[in-house]
Design a protein around this ligand. Structure first.
Ligand SMILES: [Zn+2]
Length: 250
């Protein structure tokens, strides 16, 4: 087993990790595609199985008074399914929490531990919930609960011993990538997504209800503009996804 701490290049790290199972844990439909859609496409192209787990169904966040929360949730779940298909990921797992109501509590941690013991990912991607001033509270809470689920809970059989009754065993992923680092973050790991850029764009555009008619060209221009605002013009970094990387010892 190679020392994963020594592998700072994404291609080398992804090649070294076995078995090739990953899980993305996010708060809302479309989080995965914006934060790490390119990384997911890179992984699935490399033969990885990728699960996308979404805490809420995005049942808020509309200014249209005609739209009900239930309708919006159903629509956004369908959009997430289509986005996952476009990225080559598996059918998404929806936890059905309310948008804006995600708590970093025992219940969420237990759910994440359960899913980790069930799907046994070696690589997990989630929001960086520890970054000061980080945007949406659902993002922060999902990020923190995921970190705490990996360590110490998921690999310790004394946490949630009832999982054993379902035949589930303790599990610890080897790599955690904390996302949302573009611009003001402090990334120490980047994935060059230029080879899969169109796939990411198509996956983002699957979230039709959130896109307000935006086109592929407009999305690319927007990303370039955001990168330029923080002084980034090198295409290799403009079209990169950036993370803080945590390696967990076994
Ligand atoms: Zn979100």
């Amino acid at each position: 087993m190679p020392d994963l701490n020594a592998l700072t290049d994404a291609a080398e790290l992804f090649a070294a990790v076995e078995p090739k199972r990953a899980m993305v844990i996010t708060a809302h439909p479309d989080d995965c595609e914006f934060m790490c859609g390119g990384t997911v496409a890179v992984l699935t192209r490399g033969g990885w199985e990728v699960d996308i787990m979404v805490a809420t169904s995005g049942n808020k966040g509309t200014k249209d008074p005609q739209v009900s929360a239930q309708w919006l949730a159903g629509t956004r779940e369908d959009e997430q399914r289509e986005a996952a298909r476009r990225l080559g990921a598996r059918e998404p797992i929806f936890l059905g929490m309310h948008d804006g109501g995600v708590q970093d509590d025992d219940e969420l941690r237990e759910t994440i531990v359960h899913q980790m013991r069930r799907r046994r990912p070696e690589l997990v991607i989630t929001w960086d919930g520890f970054r000061p001033g980080f945007n949406h509270r659902d993002h922060r809470n999902v990020g923190r609960a995921t970190y705490d689920a990996i360590f110490p809970a998921a690999d310790d059989h004394l946490y949630h011993p009832e999982h054993k009754d379902e035949g589930l065993q303790p599990h610890r992923p080897q790599v955690l990538l904390l996302g949302g680092q573009a611009g003001t973050g402090t990334p120490d790991f980047t994935v060059d997504i230029r080879p899969v850029l169109r796939r990411k764009v198509r996956a983002v555009l699957a979230h039709t209800s959130q896109m307000r008619g935006r086109t592929e060209a407009q999305l690319l221009a927007l990303w370039k503009q955001r990168a330029a605002e923080v002084g980034e013009t090198d295409p290799k970094r403009v079209f990169a996804e950036a993370y803080r990387r945590v390696i967990f010892a076994r």
